[in-house]
Design a protein around this ligand. Structure first.
Ligand code: CP
Length: 449
């Protein structure tokens, strides 16, 4: 295989907006005749490593690679892999992404697992869903389907309904919608709102403003939540003109995205009276031109008699998964080139030893689970002041660092102390608390801050 720069798809942010749009056009070409492309990846092997159940993601990836003329090896049941004997994800992907396969698709129950796989594998890694973190290829399928239906993404009004807290699909979709200039109306099942770290990222990276929303009556949905919110990116479109977005009235909806209760990630939370989309929901005037979306699998949250409504596109989302994933793999394998530039990612301060003092607060993060054995703590500085905010490089959960240490002197200071500001960037070690700094062997006296 020709040498090319390895690229992974761990987060939807790993593709630029222009790259995504170009991939849509390639997906259209593949879709025009799915059987015409069997030379593109001849001799290439894809491995699917699925340590959680899946129907659509795994089988559509396998179908996509077979249609591209490549081969497929799969580990679809962790009980039949050496993970059940205690082998780490890092070792598994080093082996399978060595001489066994040219590209890996990984699904794993722990947040941040896909980033670990991408770091350890020599070949491109695609995130097939990692815990409650992200599911970027589902988002590609969702965006592609919506774009084909509506002819654009900018300015669309998209309602997200149900378990917004644990749905990785929702998290990737939010970032992409904000980036494309769509407006998001969140209608969470109470207690299952978007996590703070997702909201912070929407605000910080896309300038998203949030306002309370009143949504025109959507029977079965609106009654389920008293916490509807309107999220709009402040830059790319006309809503930037609203200076006082205090209670936005939503009277026209372009898409309602339902998601099931992600019970496999719940810690015994009740989901009685979970929202349910019915024919009468679609009878609402605001839903006249709405598309009904769902990543599937559906449990009870969309009535079966909605399936025949022409506005229901959830099976189309699944169908378009094959050409979309063909385009993605052909790109990551260097079989098609894109004219569009790659995204410019947030950068790490050079030489920063930021993570040494911190521990990710997300109990589901791989760094607090199997990664305890081998991962180096790794954080990215996201906000430098008041106080500094860092995010875990694996799962992106944020921590506030109220103390900053100097690795060369082992002295630690409150973040606001003048001495803290004088520490060279490459010597900075961040801590959440004085006790955390002390436990790491730093002196944290009154004199020091
Ligand atoms: N949408 C989705 O990820 O479906 P599967 O869990 O069946 O792969």
């Amino acid at each position: 295989m020709a040498e090319f720069e390895k690229r992974d798809l761990v987060s939807i942010e790993d593709l630029s907006t222009a790259e995504i749009l170009e991939l849509f056009h390639h997906a259209d070409e593949f879709r025009a005749n799915l059987r015409a492309w069997s030379e593109i990846c001849r001799g290439t092997i894809m491995a699917t490593l699925f340590f959680e159940p899946s129907t659509r993601t795994r089988l559509s990836f396998e179908s996509a690679m077979l249609r591209l003329g490549g081969g497929v090896i799969t580990a679809a049941d962790e009980k039949n892999t050496s993970r059940s004997k205690g082998e780490s994800l890092a070792d598994t992907v080093r082996v399978v992404g060595g001489s066994y396969a040219d590209i890996l698709v990984v699904r794993h129950p722990e947040d941040g697992a896909a980033r670990v796989a991408a770091r350890y594998a020599r070949v491109p890694v695609i995130n097939g869903g990692d815990g409650a973190h992200e599911h970027p290829t589902q988002t590609l399928c969702d965006l592609y389907t919506l774009w084909k239906e509506k002819g654009r993404l900018e300015g669309l009004e998209v309602v997200l309904c149900g378990d917004l807290r644990y749905s990785r699909t929702i998290h990737s979709f939010c970032y992409a919608l904000a980036r494309f200039g769509a407006n998001i109306v969140t209608m969470p099942y109470p207690g299952f709102e978007l996590p703070d770290y997702v909201l912070h990222r929407l605000r910080r990276d896309f300038g998203v403003q949030a306002a309370a929303a009143s949504v025109a009556d959507l029977p079965g949905l609106a009654g389920s939540s008293n916490a509807a919110a309107y999220l709009t990116a402040s830059k790319p479109h006309q809503l930037a003109l609203f200076t006082n977005l205090t209670n936005f009235e939503v009277n026209r909806i372009d898409a309602i995205y339902m998601t099931r209760a992600q019970r496999e990630r719940h810690a015994g939370e009740e989901t009685k009276n979970y929202p349910r989309l019915t024919r009468s929901t679609l009878g609402a005037a605001a839903a006249k031109d709405a598309r009904v979306m769902h990543p599937l699998p559906r449990v009870d949250e969309i009535d079966y008699d909605v399936d025949d409504d022409p506005r229901s596109i959830y099976f189309r989302q699944a169908e378009l998964g094959v050409p979309m994933r063909m385009a993605l793999m052909a790109f990551l394998l260097g079989k098609i080139q894109l004219r569009a530039g790659r995204p410019s990612h947030f950068s790490v301060e050079p030489g920063m030893v930021a993570g040494a003092g911190l521990r990710c607060r997300n109990d589901r993060c791989i760094s607090n689970n199997e990664g305890v054995r081998y991962l180096v703590r790794d954080f990215r500085l996201r906000e430098a002041e008041n106080p500094p905010v860092l995010s875990c490089a694996y799962c992106e959960r944020e921590v506030e660092a109220r103390f900053v240490g100097d690795a060369s002197t082992q002295a630690a200071y409150r973040y606001s102390a003048p001495d803290a500001k004088r520490i060279r960037a490459e010597a900075r070690v961040y801590f959440e608390s004085e006790s955390q700094a002390t436990a790491a062997g730093f002196r944290c006296s009154d004199a020091a801050g």
